[in-house]
Design a protein around this ligand. Sequence first.
Ligand code: C5P
Length: 219
Amino acid sequence: MKLINIALDGPAAAGKSTIAKRVAAQLSMIYVDTGAMYRAITYKYLQQNKTEDFSQLIDSSELSLTYDEEKGQRVILDNYDVTDFLRENNVTNNVSFVASKEAVRTFAVKKQQELAAQKGIVMDGRDIGTVVLPDADLKVYMIASVEERAMRRQKDNEQRGIDSNVEQLKQEIADRDNYDMTREISPLKKADDAITVDTTGKSIEKVTEEILSLVTEIK
Ligand code: C5P
């Protein structure tokens, strides 16, 4: 098969990363989690006591992604592996604000485009089909009901030993989506040529199969 790029966008906790990882593994492609880049910059923003100088924040940051056979994508910020800190609540609750800043987006999008230049990438995020890879060979817009997304997030949290409450998660997910969809620069939206996949009530295997079958239809 020819080398392709797949863009996977959608709201928070719709199952994008779980599915993207599986699709990438099945097709021997590389999975790129772009949210992790915005989270890493947010981690540094918090370390710098919520600096308002986003240009300085970016100019002083060295960010790269590496791939570990076992652990998958790792995020290296200023020579330090920060991957394990990126899912903390404080990062999650500030990431949409940081990701709305122009300096941050310009920096992240450029890196993402460089990574995808050689093709063979499954990339998930919010603006992949619309801005980062407008020529992707397949664009999927993945959605699920907010109730189901909150339930899935709670299960994830349980497995990680983190206490959470479904109603609060529902609110946090809805707030983050609202912020991401209404920001001025590259808001979350479905690309005109993306295919919507609703994962509500579907198993991981079923959704993976659906996307693999869309790949076979690429001309
Ligand atoms: O995918 P994840 O939930 O880790 O993304 C965290 C946040 O990063 C999103 O809520 C959004 O604000 C931002 N993001 C973005 N563009 C992307 C990926 C993530 O703005 N391509």
